[in-house]
Design a protein around this ligand. Structure first.
Ligand code: AMP
Ligand code: GLY
Length: 431
């Protein structure tokens, strides 16, 4: 069977790894892939957003089904183009991808469906935004509605800060078109959780929950990034399975139902970014695809016997998803991201990477790497490698991840040494 993976980051490397592990007979192609994915797949010189070329390739090579990693091709309509060409694809249509590509769409959908989320006003003028800031009061969150590579969210301690942020987006063009509409949102307090749900549009299967670490530095300090690490599973959900049930019943199913009613059903992977507030779980955001770096921790934690590849193929083919399959975590996984010098503002490219042999129970997923003409592996993006340690306990998984991360060398390398700290603290408190 031939499968095409669209994308070329750590998430796509982890997906490619899991597909091959679930079904070694799969012949994999990746567009564009990366030097890590190249060990598992034939990498194509077609970019993830070259939709016409991807359709032509899938047709010509008789690709059985396609899996899309990043949000941008989905928001550009890659699933619509493949479906129109009769090619099975895992990922939502352009209309359904708006759960991520338009925060104003997503917020309106949640309000209509009665899904718990922060109160917010959708504003297109400075005057509206200022009124909403006064009404909601500080602290308050200002968000660009469109896709802004994870950067369009500004948490403001004071109303003055919020006015400056909103003016920058609406009048100053600080996020281009993405900031032409803004959300002024109530600030929520609690722990964050990433829950991935496979869905055929109606039936759902939850993957074990994960926690991301968005700040650059240890102790959750420093600027926000695309994610410096993740771990899975999270005991908050392991110890109270009813929490996941509550999220499915009060958040995921009503959202999918409202999307079906609007004639824009969502199929693929719905990522619920949640805040566990004192009043229960509430939605921070939805994403229309697997999260990065959570995927690099979630997929290795799930039992090898769980048929993820087969489930994704069913969804790609528009078939019914069985709901009685256990996808829970049987091991713990901790992923430490190695980022380039200057990340997140100005990541430097081209630094040579020295990597020792990878031990058992460590997986190295390539995120932003390239091969020079002389064969040397070099940095080629902000997040360079995702190093996942797997073990029966989270503490050992963390040690494995950290020890190998420390042994990888490149100039200006940045990484956190405390991924999973909340969980380790929680467990220390319990025993
Ligand atoms: P988003 O891109 O919407 O996920 O926002 C990025 C990050 O900003 C989230 O992961 C949260 O840490 C934070 N955030 C977003 N919205 C809120 C909110 N309403 N209250 C508190 N924190 C928020
Ligand atoms: N880990 C955050 C994201 O994938 O959006």
């Amino acid at each position: 069977m031939k499968v095409l993976v669209v994308g070329g980051g750590g998430r796509e490397h982890a997906l490619a790894w899991r597909l091959r592990r679930d079904d070694p007979r799969i012949e994999l192609y990746a567009a564009p892939g990366n030097p890590g994915i190249a060990a598992l797949a034939t990498c194509l010189s077609i970019g993830a957003t070259q939709i016409d070329s991807l359709v032509a390739f899938a047709r010509q090579e008789r690709i059985d089904w396609t899996l899309v990693g990043p949000e941008i091709p989905l928001s550009l309509g890659i699933a619509d183009a493949f479906t129109a060409a009769g090619l099975p694809i895992f990922g939502p249509t352009r209309a359904a991808a708006q759960v991520e590509s338009s925060k104003s769409y997503s917020k309106t959908l949640m309000i209509d469906a009665g899904v718990p989320t922060a109160r917010a006003a959708v504003c297109t003028t400075v005057a509206e935004a200022h009124r909403a800031i006064d009404e909601i009061g500080a602290p308050v969150v200002v968000k660009a509605s469109g896709l802004a590579a994870g950067k369009g969210v500004i948490i403001c301690a004071t109303a003055d800060e919020a006015r400056v942020a909103a003016d920058g987006m609406l009048a100053g063009g600080s996020f281009g078109d993405a900031g032409a509409t803004v959300l002024i949102e109530e600030f929520m307090e609690g722990e964050e959780l990433s829950l991935f749900v496979l869905t055929d549009g109606e039936r759902v299967l939850a993957l074990p929950a994960a926690q991301d670490h968005k700040r650059l530095l240890d102790g959750d300090r420093g600027p926000n990034t695309g994610g410096m690490g993740a771990y899975c599973p999270v005991s908050l959900t392991e110890q109270s399975p009813e929490l996941v049930g509550e999220v499915l019943d009060t958040i995921v199913r009503p959202t999918l139902g409202a999307m079906r009613e609007r004639g824009t059903p969502f199929s693929g992977l719905l990522y619920a970014g949640l805040m566990l507030t004192a009043a229960g779980p509430r939605v921070v955001e939805f994403n229309c695809r697997f999260g990065d770096p959570e995927t690099e921790a979630v997929l290795p934690a799930i039992a090898p016997s769980a048929p993820l590849a087969g489930l994704m193929e069913l969804i790609a083919r528009g078939q019914r998803l069985p709901e009685n399959i256990d996808l829970s975590a049987t091991r713990s996984a901790v992923t430490t991201v190695l980022a380039a010098d200057g990340y997140p503002e100005h990541p430097r490219k081209g630094d040579a990477i020295e990597m020792p042999a990878v031990p058992a129970d460590v997986l190295v997923f390539h995120a932003g790497t390239a091969r020079r003409d002389d064969g040397r592996l070099v940095t080629a993006g902000g997040r360079v490698l995702a190093v996942t340690g797997v073990a029966d306990s989270l503490a050992v998984a963390q040690q494995r991840s950290q020890a190998f991360a420390a042994s990888v060398q490149f100039a200006g390398r940045q990484y956190r040494t405390d991924i999973g700290w909340r969980e380790l603290e929680r467990r220390a408190g319990v025993t």
